[in-house]
Write a protein that binds this ligand. Structure first.
Ligand SMILES: Cc1ncc(COP(=O)(O)O)c(C=O)c1O
Length: 390
């Protein structure tokens, strides 16, 4: 089997997602001077062929050239990525969708897709000299960051809403992180983090650090590869800060430039909780930015309680360009979906994944999803961490 130590990244530089100006890759970067996310760029003209993947382990590092790490000496891995794409013919039959599949991200280290982003971000932070990492989190990202910091030997500071189930706090503490519990949402956690800021900390907040996105994009590479280099017609994603949605789309753009896939793209669907739906609100009004939700209600889908997404413009642009849509679900619908997925298909979904399940059922019922569409639902996390709540 090929060892990846000799494989070089094609990463060249960062650009501002809005102004397109260039940022150097040899130092820690956060976001652009225009206050927008930075996007990693690669030399996609280098003639990289799909056959390089042959014989590589099925984990996220098989796309090594398309990840920004310069040296494998700094690679911090717990076995992230390589999750199954599970066919659901029975549910597909009931919903009248011929090709329905579930990408089950619950099987990642620390039980969520956040592992991909944090494996990448912490590897890169270490490579560029960070010693202390700080994050506001709904729960899963904090656990993943703490785990990778533990393995990397970095100090971790986590700011988490009081409403987040205790298991999320306890795992961070086991990993050796300093956890601050905050009254309010992830937005309040970010404010608290800034108030407690110490020199030398590095901010790993969603899209305020460029490389979580690069880890998350590997979901897009995997989905295309698992479908034999065809894009599905529809991808349904539970959207909080939106890194997964933006990352999957970035993967498709890169793969087309590499010549790995053709130009057809999936219609991207953002699912949010009815009590906190800034993206759905903006999408329904045709807006390019999403005004923050002032007083978000409570939901069992913690990851969807994000009143203001830093990447709102990118998310909305992708929804419009892909001819996608955005919709909300209630907690009651989430609980029904969870029970249905478990009893009929043998899969346990996180509340966020159950939100996707409920939304997909609705879109099939209204005809927005057509019988001949190939549909991928993303279950972003494990139910087992929420066992006390649902
Ligand atoms: C299980 C789960 N799903 C979805 C999300 C939302 O992810 P993103 O912020 O990348 O949109 C989160 C974020 O906390 C999560 O933990």
């Amino acid at each position: 089997m090929e060892t990846l130590t000799a494989v070089k990244t094609l990463y060249t530089h960062l650009i501002c997602s809005k102004e397109r100006d260039i940022y150097q890759k040899d130092r820690l970067q956060t976001f652009s001077e225009a206050g927008k996310p930075l996007l990693a760029q690669y030399d996609l003209e280098a003639g990289l062929e799909r056959k390089i993947l042959r014989d590589r382990p099925f984990d996220m590092w098989r796309y090594r050239e398309l990840l920004p790490l310069e040296s494998d000496l700094h690679k911090i891995s717990l076995g992230e990525g390589g999750t199954p794409l599970i066919p659901l013919p029975e549910t597909g039959k009931r919903w009248r969708v011929q090709q329905l599949r579930l990408k089950d991200e619950a099987l990642n280290p620390t039980g969520s897709f956040k592992a991909r982003g944090l494996a990448m971000a912490i590897s890169k932070a270490r490579e560029l000299g960070a010693k202390v990492c700080a994050i506001p989190t709904a729960g899963n990202a904090g656990g993943a960051m703490s785990a990778y910091c533990a393995k990397a030997g970095l100090e971790a500071h986590v700011f988490m809403p009081r409403l987040t189930p205790a298991v999320f706090r306890r795992e961070c503490e086991y990993f050796g992180a300093e956890v601050t519990v905050v009254d309010g949402t992830i937005g309040d956690c970010a404010r608290k983090m800034r108030a407690n800021w110490s020199p030398g900390w590095f901010d790993i907040s969603t899209l305020k650090e460029p490389f979580r996105l690069e880890g998350k994009k590997t979901m897009g590479y995997e989905i295309a590869e698992q479908l034999d280099w065809e894009c599905p017609d529809v991808i349904v994603y539970p959207t909080g800060g939106g890194t997964g949605l933006i990352g999957i789309w970035k993967a498709f753009e890169e793969m087309e430039q590499l010549g790995w896939i053709g130009s057809p793209r999936p219609r991207m669907v953002a699912v949010q909780a009815a009590v906190c739906a800034p993206i759905v609100h903006a999408f329904n009004r045709g807006m390019d930015v999403a005004p923050p939700v002032e007083r978000p209600g409570e939901t069992i889908a913690n990851g969807l309680r994000v009143p203001a997404a830093f990447g709102d413009e990118l998310i909305l642009d992708i929804l419009y360009r892909s001819r996608g849509t955005a919709l909300t679900v209630t907690d009651a619908e989430i609980l029904d979906a969870l029970a249905e997925a478990a009893s009929r298909e043998g899969v346990m979904l996180s509340p966020e994944g159950a939100a996707v399940w409920a939304a997909t059922g609705k879109l099939a019922a209204t005809g927005w999803i057509r019988p001949d569409d190939s549909v991928v639902m993303i279950n972003t996390g494990s139910w087992y961490k929420y066992a006390e709540q649902c």
